[in-house]
Design a binder for this molecule. Sequence first.
Ligand code: SF4
Length: 237
Amino acid sequence: MKISPADLVFKTLIDWYLTNKRDLPWRQTALPYHIYMSEIIFQQTRIDQGLQYYKKIIRHYPNVKSLAKAPETDFLNLWQGLGYYSRAHNALKAARIMADKYYGEVPGSYEQLIELPGIGPYTAAAIASIAFGQPCPVVDGNVKRVISRLRALKTPLDKPELTSEIQKNLQSAIHSFNPSDFNQALMEFGALVCTPANPQCTSCPLGKFCKAFISGKTHLFPVKAAKKEKPVVTLQY
Ligand code: SF4
């Protein structure tokens, strides 16, 4: 594959990922339901906290059809301790829809996935790319931080313009790569190397591409949301 200079940073990132990725159960399978369940559980839970829950849920409910038939209390009991119970309720609702509408399979397109309860743009893009190889970039907090630093983007983190700018940038790049590796590499890199505090810049494989690092301004990126001024209230007695 011929790599353009603009894509070299992503090629380097994916090479790093393929050598350094954590060995996680949903990375050893191509089963969309397993990938779906990992994305639902790890939306709001750290991997070390949720891993045992993931294994337990997959053991009890190994596919969409078994989850669709699960009594609510049984599934909620398994979920107990994971928190954010709306995820569990939505997973049950989604399983029943998938059983009825998609013959018990996880649907393969972003548009179908985002219609399911509990699935937003990030999760739909993650499942579509990882389970089905669709070129849908994911833009979560990790990805925003990595790209903001690499490109020294000045748009603050809380602005929707930052998400759309990054989305556009990644959308054109993802087509040159395996979409699953592309997205997972960005997320893994943000979780392990380009971390919120103390990123490992001196040993970073992307250091030579990183505008924030090259300019010695890593600490300034991503640009934080501006603090809202407190309103001044005048009281008259
Ligand atoms: Fe992140 Fe530092 Fe690497 Fe830049 S050099 S991508 S800031 S870890």
